[in-house]
Design a protein around this ligand. Structure first.
Ligand code: DAH
Length: 335
């Protein structure tokens, strides 16, 4: 402390303080760094205080010069700090905004929604209509016993009706069911009448594929069994259903034969100027009821088997059944 200090020396110190302050303020990157600099430069124990402390060693004439210079420098540093702080804060804000910005014009990743297959929506619609008439949904296995698929439906071995429903045999008395009618048997084995059921499902036949045949297709089976049901109930139910599904298409009942119904009929709707068969139906044959241990004098009923593909094709104007079993998205996306 002993050595006297000159005005020139103090001026030089202030010069270098000014230069250093300007440089370090300019390179400070955060508000916290700037605050540290403010304390280091202008604080009670800061650089400027150090210089002012040494002022006491100057003469009375020299002191005011240094004092004035120090005051100017202090204001300069304060304004540099203020300006830099504003710049640092503006940059931080801009960075935050850039990071949080959502570019509403950017292309999005698009996952196309799936579609219900037209066969599934057709089944749902058929089932819905019958549910509205008080029918419950029943199901049965696709691998069936010969008994449930044929014999219990009054189609004994070697009956010619078996030829019309040639199927895939598993070799152990089991086969792929040729129709949903075995669900009638399974349901009545477990459930005492009165019953009203619909049984949708997949069925199999050994058919060559063409525009109207597929070895795999779908049916919805209908069964109502109660006291006092007759053919008028069958006809009324079928007509009410067809009207609900198709609206006002012309309908005709044609006498037919099925081993498990008597009398039997096939139902056609007029479509594109032709009669198109959409279901088989009839009054449950007493022999089927007897096989189940039910008294045909007390219980009577009707049954029907609806060809789902036909309903679907008429509804959507599809000309070839094979389209329903292809996975061509250009076709499927229309539904
Ligand atoms: N199971 C018959 C078939 O696949 C369709 C059928 C006809 C079902 C008459 C019935 C019925 O329930 O009563 O060809």
């Amino acid at each position: 402390m002993g050595a006297p200090i000159t005005l020139t020396e103090l001026s030089t110190q202030l010069d270098s303080l000014e230069a250093e302050a300007a440089r370090s303020i300019e390179t400070a990157a955060t508000a916290a760094e700037l605050e540290e600099l403010r304390i280091a430069l202008l604080g009670k124990k800061g650089r400027l205080s150090g210089v002012l402390g040494a002022m006491g060693k100057l003469s009375a004439e020299e002191r005011p010069q240094v004092g004035q210079r120090a005051n100017v420098l202090k204001e300069q540093v304060q304004s540099l700090l203020g300006a830099r702080l504003a710049a640092v804060q503006a940059a931080a804000l801009a960075e935050q905004i850039a990071a949080e910005t959502i570019d509403v014009t950017a292309p999005c990743s698009y996952t196309p929604p799936g579609h219900r297959h037209p066969l599934i929506s057709t089944i749902e619609e058929i089932v819905d209509i019958f549910a509205g008439l008080g029918y419950r949904v029943a199901e049965g296995p696709e691998i069936e016993t010969d008994h449930h698929n044929f014999t219990a439906l009054n189609i004994p071995p070697h009956h010619p009706a078996r030829d019309m429903q040639d199927t895939f045999y598993l070799g152990d008395g089991r086969l792929l069911r040729t129709h949903t009618s075995p669900v009638q048997i399974r349901y009545l084995e477990n459930q005492a009448p009165p019953v009203r059921i619909v049984a949708p499902g997949r069925v199999y036949r050994r058919d060559a594929v063409d525009a109207t045949h597929s070895p795999v297709f779908h049916q919805v089976e209908v069964l109502a069994l109660d006291e006092g049901l007759d053919f008028s109930h069958l006809r009324g139910t079928v007509m009410a259903f067809l009207k609900a599904f198709f609206g006002d298409l012309p309908v005709r009942f044609r006498a037919s034969y099925f081993p498990f119904t008597e009398p039997s009929a096939e139902v056609d709707v007029q479509w594109r100027g032709r009669w198109l068969e959409v279901m088989g139906c009839g009054m449950v044959d007493p022999a089927v009821l007897e096989g189940l241990g039910l008294d045909p004098e007390r219980w009577s009923g009707f049954a029907a088997g609806l060809g789902v593909e036909r309903f679907c094709m008429v509804r959507h104007g599809i000309d070839d059944i094979r389209r329903l079993f292809s996975s061509d998205l250009r076709f499927l996306e229309q539904f």
